[in-house]
Every structure is written in C-alpha cells, then in structure tokens.
Design a protein around this ligand. Structure first.
Ligand code: TXA
Ligand code: MG
Length: 326
C-alpha cells in the first residue's frame, strides 16, 4: 500500500506535469494536474486516446465542486450528499478557466470524489483536481490491479501508486446534470433507480450515436482475443463445436459447470458486486493465455447486473453473430 513517501513523490511529479497512476474504488486512474493543459495532453498520448474524449476531474471533497463547476444545481448537491465519496461522476457546466484539454473541447466537466484511501490522500496532499481516465490503452480492459497498469502503460506512466485490488471493479456511474433534465451516460455500481430515488425524477438515456462519452462506444473495455457472449443454454454446445474445430477455448461462467470441460475455465462469483470486482482481472487473465476464443456466459438481465452487462456487451460479440461467421 502506498505510504506517505510515495504520496509526497506523487504530488511532486503531478506538480511537474508528470503522470501518476493511482487506485480508486472503481479502477486505476491515470492522473495528471487538471489545471495544466500540457500535463493533460500527456494522458491522451499515453493512452492513445482521441483528444476530443473528455476526462473526469477527481476532487478531494464536495466543496471543491465550486472550483470547477460554473454552478452546482440542487440535483448535484443532492446526489453528492448521498453518494460521495463514491463511484458516481457528475457532468456539470464548467467554469471558464477549466482547460478545454480536460473537457475534450466541451463546455461541461466531469467531476468525481473517489472513495479510496490512497486516492483521497493523494488528492488532499495535491490540493487540486486530478484529471484521470482509466489507466489502460484506449478501448482496452480497465486495470483493477497496479500490475495491470504496468502491463498496459509501461514507461508512459511516471509512477504507479499501489492500492491493491479495486473493490468495485467497474467504472463509476456517470450522470449528466448540465442540461434541463438529468441523463444516465454510463451505468455503474450505483444504479439508475438509486439515483432516480434521490432526484425524484426519471433519468434520460442518451443514444450512443452522439459519442461524447467514450464508454458509450460500441467497442470498449475489450480483450484482444475474440470474446463471445453466450446464453447459458448454448455454452456447452458452443464449447463442443469449437473444440471439434481444434480451437483453444476459454470460458468465463458465473455458474457451476462440469469440471471436465477441456478448457481454460474461470468460475465467476454468482453475486453481481463480487462478479463486477473480478470481471476485468478475469478477462485479462484469459486474454493472456493465447486462446482462440473466450466464451462468456451471459449473466442475468436484472438491474443489479446492468453495469456488468453494459461492459460485457462492449467487450464481446453476440453468439448469434459469431456462429454465423464460423
Ligand atoms: O470510475 C471511473 O470513473 C474511473 C476512475 C479512474 O475514476 N475513470 C474513468 O475514466 O472511467 P474514463 O476516462 O475511462 O471514463 C470517463 C468517461 C469517459 O467516457 C468520458 O467521455 C466521460 O467520462 N466524460 C467525462 N467528462 C465528460 C463530459 N464533460 N461530458 C460527457 N462525458 C464525459
Ligand atoms: Mg476508460
């Protein structure tokens, strides 16, 4: 776990405009001083991310909202009072001085106070906002361990603060509060209905057509190996068919299956929160095993599994599509 010396070193690097990866409760972030446009540009270069994809600014406390947001509407005050620190990012209209490099050229800014001791110590010691996307290459699997960040980014990052495994495992819920009506841009552990209950109103859903949020793109969070999302009742048949073609198969299931499946097999937890926590590390593990195909057993279609199904939908192709191709 990162100690005070490491935090001080990280703060020094951030002040010099360098990049520091740090743990949050969701995934590891690739951080830079959000008030320094040159430092922020380094994030895009390190990730290979298009410069018009906005970043989330991480802040040490609720009061800091006023440093970044032009106004903090009542809806935002209610949500952060209930969910911060925690896995919720909100989009608000930005103050004029917020660099356009951070916001991808938009007049809005994403803000979040993470619930992780290392992230909070870093933010407090730094005393400003830290712009941080997930610390992975663009469109790849988000890191949930410090070693994942090293694998993804290598020398492109100046320091990695180790905080162990991220407890939530999928990225924050994003709610856009910059317009007339609140909208859910990305599902996460904090569910739509929890947010609607606090706001006492229904959330709009944006169509992926207007890609302002890279997490809304069709392909994202993806392994290099072809991954296929497969309903439970098709899993064994699909495995048999592919094995007959001498394909090397990996399976990520969430239920118990016969032990004698001749494959790289990961049995995922049956509870949604535990599944989410293990999701990216498991995909990454199978992705590293030189397989031809990863079959992912489709989890239940209920609200508790919404963020997981969203990420799996982007990491995989549908089995019907796949089996018409082979
Ligand atoms: O859980 C998380 O949010 C993690 C950790 C590190 O905090 N961060 C994360 O960052 O997932 P990133 O960049 O991988 O995803 C942030 C998403 C992007 O899809 C981005 O487009 C969206 O937030 N976003 C940021 N600012 C925005 C804005 N002003 N308008 C619309 N979308 C915005
Ligand atoms: Mg990301």
């Amino acid at each position: 776990m990162a100690d005070n010396v490491a935090i001080e070193h990280a703060v020094k690097l951030l002040r010099q405009g360098r990049l520091v990866a740090f743990p949050t409760e969701t995934v590891y972030g690739l951080g830079a001083d959000a008030s320094n446009p040159e430092a922020v540009r380094r994030i895009f270069a390190a990730k290979g991310r298009p410069v018009d994809h906005p970043l989330i600014v991480h802040i040490p406390n609720i009061a800091s909202l006023n440093d970044w947001a032009q106004t903090v509407p009542e809806s935002a005050q209610k949500l952060v009072a209930r969910f911060w620190p925690g896995p919720l990012a909100i989009i608000l209209n930005k103050k004029p001085q917020v660099p356009l490099e951070v916001t991808g050229g938009q007049q809005t800014v994403g803000l979040r106070m993470p619930d992780h001791p290392v992230a909070l110590r870093l933010l407090e010691a730094f005393g400003g906002g830290i712009a941080a996307p997930s610390a992975n290459r663009f469109c790849r699997i988000s890191p949930t361990l410090a070693s994942h960040v090293a694998e993804e980014l290598g020398d492109a990052v100046d320091l990695i603060l180790d905080g162990g495994a991220c407890p939530v495992g999928v990225e924050s819920t994003i709610v856009d509060l910059s317009g007339d009506r609140p909208a859910l841009l990305r599902p996460g552990q904090i569910s739509r209905s929890e947010i609607e209950a606090v706001l006492q109103t229904e959330l709009l859903t944006f169509a992926p057509a207007s890609v302002r949020t890279s997490g809304m793109m069709e392909v994202h969070y993806a392994p290099v190996t072809t991954a296929v999302l497969c309903p439970s009742e098709r899993l064994l048949e699909a495995n048999r068919q592919l094995t007959a073609q001498n394909k090397k198969i990996g399976i990520m299931a969430y239920r118990q299956w016969p032990e004698n499946l001749n494959t790289a097999f990961i049995c995922m937890p049956g509870h949604a929160d535990d599944y989410a926590q293990a999701l990216y590390a498991s995909l990454r593990k199978l992705d590293g095993r030189q397989l031809d195909i990863i079959l992912v057993e489709q989890p239940p279609d209920t609200e508790a599994w919404r963020a997981i199904n969203d990420r799996l939908g982007k990491a995989t192709i549908d089995y019907r599509e796949f089996f018409t191709l082979i």
